[in-house]
Design a protein around this ligand. Structure first.
Ligand SMILES: *Cc1c(COP(=O)(O)O)cnc(C)c1O
Ligand SMILES: [Zn+2]
Length: 417
């Protein structure tokens, strides 16, 4: 029988051309690597064949319970690790008693490799194997690579990772443990990006890199599906999303967009993209009247390594997310990110890495200027603090560990006491 529900077309955000999946790899052949593609499904058919209620019975499959809205022709190569089903905690008083903004925390630190990137990398390996690839590669600030290495390990797939030399040791340790082939690049993420692209073109490897591979948003969007399900299909007013390459932000928008097409939700929340002041291309582009090609690339220097990029590779989808949802971009300083990370950890028990904590820093800043509007907000905590522990260990505002002197028993009798 024909599996009509999983049919989709790919449409270029730049030139509007539409393609059948077999006609393209993962970007628009006409616009080359600038041509980000949208996967668009047969929404009217899906709407007739599928319902919100059927999802609940399918929980054990994690993010794959939404596979009718995923661009795969087969579920044969889905990695065996459980991706998705992360908790959404209601913390209405996170901003203080009586605060008008009620907060929910979506905790992606609980993914198999510790970040939201697992949603994309899980789809990447399934798609790569379905396409007949034997090696997958990625350029990454760290988490996309840990995720690809982990997902590949679960399937025995060879993978090559391009990372800036400065990537956190914890992420490096993870990839090494998973058995990835690692190339450390002398430079920032942007140099790693170019080197990975070149290697993939030379060797014919499958490239999972964000901004090259338009399919990645189709994996990450499942986080928006889960939020809606967990909120009983009552969408929040605001969603705060950390922004480096802009893929997560664009994906969250796409998730809400898909659900709106199905009639499962009534509106798309205002999406707030949060950037570090020291890595703020999207913020500057959004504020400017100039087209994005004219915005200056500035060497990024934020300590929040996972959002530290000069040129966001998924900038088209990220910009669309904010403009189409009537959202905004916000910039936060590195010290405010560090403070937000500690405050979130100490007040919720959710332990974020710096990049993830920027979502909370963004909410804190937003709340200062909108104290009187009653709203609900989700902060997307994209990855675990265990992946980059330096910000916590160097936080001098926290009570420091007490050191007890080593006590040597004076006599065997005292040792027995
Ligand atoms: C990758 C990442 C981000 C930023 O996502 P982009 O898609 O690059 O904008 C934010 N937080 C964490 C923990 C990440 O790993
Ligand atoms: Zn195009």
């Amino acid at each position: 029988m024909k599996n009509s529900y999983r049919e989709y077309v790919l449409q270029c955000l730049v030139c509007d051309r539409s393609y059948q999946p077999h006609e393209v790899s993962y970007y628009c052949p006409h616009c080359k690597t600038d041509g980000a593609l949208d996967a668009l499904y047969d929404y009217p058919t899906l709407k007739r064949q599928w319902s919100r209620d059927s999802l609940a019975q399918d929980h054990a499959r994690g993010m794959w319970r939404y596979d009718r809205l995923m661009p795969l022709s087969s579920t044969r190569f889905i990695p065996p690790l459980l991706v998705g089903n992360t908790p959404l905690y209601s913390r209405p008083e996170l901003l203080g008693k009586g605060a008008r903004i009620k907060v929910f925390v979506k905790d992606e630190s609980r993914q198999p490799t510790g970040s939201l990137k697992d949603r994309a990398s899980a789809l990447a390996v399934a798609h790569a194997l379905q396409s007949g690839a034997s090696t997958v590669a990625v350029a990454s600030t760290g988490n996309a690579a840990s995720a690809l290495a982990g997902m590949s390990a679960s399937l025995g797939l060879h993978n090559v990772i391009y990372l800036p030399k400065s990537a956190p040791r914890e992420k490096l340790a993870q990839m090494q443990g998973y058995g990835a082939e690692i190339v450390l690049v002398d430079g920032q993420y942007d140099e790693a990006f170019e080197q990975c692209l070149e290697a993939c073109e030379t060797h014919g490897w499958y490239n999972r890199t964000t901004g090259i591979n338009s399919y990645m948003s189709e994996g990450k969007k499942t986080v928006a599906f889960e939020m809606c399900e967990q909120l009983n299909w009552q969408v929040p007013d605001l969603v705060f999303v950390p922004v480096g390459n802009g893929c997560i932000l664009g994906s969250v928008y796409k998730g809400f967009f898909d659900l709106l097409q199905l009639g499962w939700i009534e509106r798309i929340p205002r999406l707030i993209g949060v950037q570090a002041e020291q890595s703020n291309f999207m913020y500057r582009a959004w504020r400017s009247d100039q087209p994005m090609e004219h915005i200056e690339r500035i060497a990024p220097t934020s300590l929040a390594s996972s959002i530290n990029v000069a040129l966001p590779r998924d900038r088209l989808k990220a910009m669309r997310a904010v403009t189409a949802s009537d959202g905004e971009f916000i910039c936060v300083s590195d010290p405010s990110i560090v403070a937000a990370a500690s405050r979130l950890a100490a007040s919720t028990g959710v332990f974020p890495e710096a990049g993830a904590a920027s979502a909370f820093a963004g909410l804190l800043k937003y709340a200062q200027t909108h104290p009187d509007t009653p709203q609900t907000a989700v902060i997307l905590i994209t990855g675990s603090g265990l992946k980059d522990t330096s910000i916590f260990l160097s936080d001098s505002t926290k009570s420091q560990p007490r050191v007890l002197p080593h006590h040597v028993p004076a006599s065997p009798a005292e040792a027995l006491l």
